[in-house]
Design a protein around this ligand. Structure first.
Ligand SMILES: *Cc1c(COP(=O)(O)O)cnc(C)c1O
Length: 390
């Protein structure tokens, strides 16, 4: 297959294997690990990531929308389960029930609709009841939960309750400690109430990456892990909490148990010498102070390299940092390689990831642009080819 893309994203299989092993070491062996692949697998590319994760031992995936579930389903190489945590547009309820895709129920309308499709198709709907515990986003409150349970018990042929679940209001920062504690308490009470109503056999699940790592009591029967499996801590607080809990006070002294999977790289398309006192690129954004060697790199804001990184960003060339000079254009930017004497055309340029001993982290990228890790990753355009490397 031809590939005329100006850059490529590599996913490291060994890094993913490492992260999954580490995360599994933090949960009991009987706790199910659901890999969250919403947002194009946090920018990693859902079609490439799903089979890769299956090779690393994953057999349950969570998406946000039905459309993402469709992509995930098409990419499966095993008979892994898929769960939709949010949007279900159009006739996706029908598709989900036909294909045994699990989905959240957070209002009575969806419950009724699922019932009528299940009857029509002659198959049961695999549902997870999402409970309101204090996030105040989606979720059944006590009153609608009671109505839902009656409805399900009266229509047992249409439903299998796979899970009872909730989501926390920001487990990655200690500011929310009390709110999270209240949610945990409420969730446990609600699950107790459901058992008292004769409901059993469901998986209780509530934890995202931060909750799983910071509040082990939230792990229950299943964890829904996004950001951490890709090698990023949900926040510095979560990371520090983990280090302190494990008796490490000096952050520099230990090896990060999480490894970044992604490497985004391109290459130099041209190098030229520019005389002192010349402007580089459009307008008057960058003035040479001496004779400088300027490399052009075929990455621009069309590829997700923010325009706000003009005169500010960094890329790696031959294991050294090269500052972005001038404006980031739509399809191209310039980097100063004056201090990298051997730099030449076709040299690898790393935008995110490791090169020799240096690393351009998504966090450093984020610091410069004020985007979160999550946000930088998820903005990586889906058109950039993803390939798996060891
Ligand atoms: C995104 C999401 C997760 C995963 O969150 P991370 O912080 O990336 O681990 C878990 N549960 C729900 C409902 C989500 O929307």
């Amino acid at each position: 297959m031809h590939n005329f893309s100006s850059s490529i994203i590599e996913l490291s299989e060994s890094a993913l294997q490492n992260n999954i092993s580490f995360l599994k070491s933090q949960i009991a062996p009987n706790v199910l690990f659901s890999s969250v692949v919403k947002g194009n697998a946090y920018g990693h590319g859902i079609e490439v990531f799903v089979p890769l994760a299956e090779r690393c031992g994953i057999n349950h995936f969570s998406t946000f929308s039905a459309n993402e579930a469709l992509h995930a389903k098409r990419s499966l190489t095993n008979d892994s389960d898929i769960m939709i945590m949010g949007d279900m547009e159009g006739d996706s309820l029908q598709w989900a029930i036909e294909n045994g895709i699990e989905f959240y129920i957070f209002d009575l309308e969806r419950l009724h609709e699922a019932h009528s499709w299940a009857k029509k198709i002659g198959k049961k709907a695999y549902i997870h009841l999402e409970l309101e515990t204090g996030l105040n986003r989606t979720g059944l409150n006590n009153k609608s939960l009671e109505t839902a349970v009656k409805y399900i018990q009266n229509n047992q042929d249409s439903f299998i309750i796979k899970g009872i679940c909730t989501h926390y209001a920001g487990a990655e920062t200690v500011n929310n400690y009390l709110r999270i504690q209240n949610q945990i308490k409420r969730f446990n009470e609600q699950c107790g109430w459901l058992r008292s109503r004769g409901l059993t056999g469901f998986l209780m699940h509530s934890a995202c990456s931060a909750a799983m790592l910071t509040y082990p009591e939230t792990q229950m029967d299943m964890v829904r892990i996004g950001i951490a499996q890709y090698g990023y801590w949900p926040s510095q607080e979560t990371q520090m909490h983990y280090y302190l809990k494990n008796g490490v006070r000096d952050k520099k002294k230990i090896v990060d148990p999480l490894k970044r999977i992604i490497k985004w790289k391109s290459q130099i398309t041209s190098v030229k010498e520019v005389e002192p006192g010349e402007f580089v690129g459009y307008g008057t954004y960058y003035l040479t102070q001496r004779k400088q060697k300027i490399a052009s790199v075929p990455i621009g804001y069309a590829h997700g390299f923010a325009r706000s990184l003009s005169n500010l960003g960094m890329v790696l060339v031959r294991g050294r940092r090269a500052p972005v000079v001038g404006l980031v254009n739509m399809n191209m930017m310039m980097a100063d390689v004056s201090n990298i004497p051997d730099a030449k055309i076709h040299d690898e340029v790393v935008i995110i990831g490791k090169q020799k001993n240096l690393q351009m982290s998504v966090a450093s990228f984020s610091d410069m642009t004020n985007y979160l890790n999550y946000e930088v990753l998820v903005r990586l355009p889906s058109e950039i080819p993803r390939v798996v490397v060891n």
